[in-house]
Design a protein around this ligand. Structure first.
Ligand code: ATP
Length: 262
């Protein structure tokens, strides 16, 4: 990996880029995935590159939903495999959720590369590779329609970090609860999911694994009440308010005469 000095002010962000470039070179990530990451980075800049309170509440709800689920599945794409493989494997272990490869740009080589990246962190069964992706999500045209009949097809809760809007909508229409991580509160995925964690996947995933570990000592009634008290629309509204306020404050600090009007 290209050496980035830890004192660099954008160290974290540059390390993430390096991981994605490595992922691209090793066949996990497609060029389009690099562009999608750039969109995420732009929103991270607006959010302030720190996990905000609205994301913590979504993480709590996501943890409760995964622990309450009967057939939870974690959907893994190339960017997720490059950025947080150890954390998706840990999340799978802690919740009993199955891991399934699901790709917009599908090829057998990429499926295998992603499954291998997860196995390196201890994953045993990885669904959605080769013939295993033999079932289809109805009404979806992209390669993302192909799913495992042992995984996403029969799941009640699906965790789809960095998802596209079409599939989120299709999964919701199938009656599944959808949890996502998306830095863009305006994306169709963010607005369609049941639980939207508006944060960088590299910060959100370790926090989610920790939350699950803490929540495991709670009873099902307590987990249910966390879930029932959660309001995703409100979380998205708070994320947008947070961005507006931040931009107003920054604008004021530059002496904008109009900033106070917000
Ligand atoms: P939609 O179809 O839902 O409107 P989209 O067309 O932007 O969204 P993609 O191109 O698949 O969907 O992009 C995936 C999403 O992931 C983008 O909204 C982007 O902001 C977000 N994203 C990219 N990198 C990260 C990251 N590291 N952490 C969290 N979110 C990210």
């Amino acid at each position: 990996m290209f050496m980035i000095p830890p004192t660099h002010p954008r160290y974290r962000s540059l390390v993430e880029r390096e991981r994605l470039v490595e992922g691209f070179e090793s066949g996990l990530v497609v060029p389009q995935g690099l562009i999608a990451h750039g969109r995420g980075e732009a929103f991270d800049y607006l959010i302030g590159e720190e996990t905000q309170e609205f994301a913590v509440r979504a993480i709590e709800a996501a943890s409760a939903a995964l622990l309450l689920a009967e057939r939870p599945v974690i959907s893994v794409n190339g960017n997720v495999a490059a950025l947080v493989p150890e954390h998706v494997v840990a999340l799978s272990r802690e919740t009993g959720a199955k891991l399934e490869v699901n790709l917009f740009y599908r090829s057998r080589e990429r499926e295998e590369a992603i499954a291998a990246a997860l196995r390196r962190w201890g994953a045993e069964d990885v669904l959605g590779v080769g013939e295993d992706a033999s079932a289809q999500i109805p009404e979806l045209q992209s390669e993302r329609r192909r799913v495992s009949p042992r995984g996403i097809l029969v799941a009640d809760v699906v965790f789809v970090p960095l998802e596209d809007g079409d599939r989120t909508e299709a999964l919701r229409r199938m009656g599944k609860m959808v949890i996502t991580v998306d830095l863009n509160p305006l994306s169709r995925t963010a607005r369609t999911a049941d639980i939207t964690i508006i944060d960088n996947v590299t910060r959100a995933l370790p926090l989610l694994v920790d939350m699950v570990r803490r929540h495991k000592s709670l009873g099902r009634d307590s987990l249910r009440s966390i879930l029932q008290g959660y309001d995703n629309g409100r979380v998205i509204g708070e994320a947008l308010d947070h961005i507006c306020k931040r931009l107003r404050d920054i604008s004021l600090s530059f002496g904008s005469p109009n900033a106070h009007r917000g």
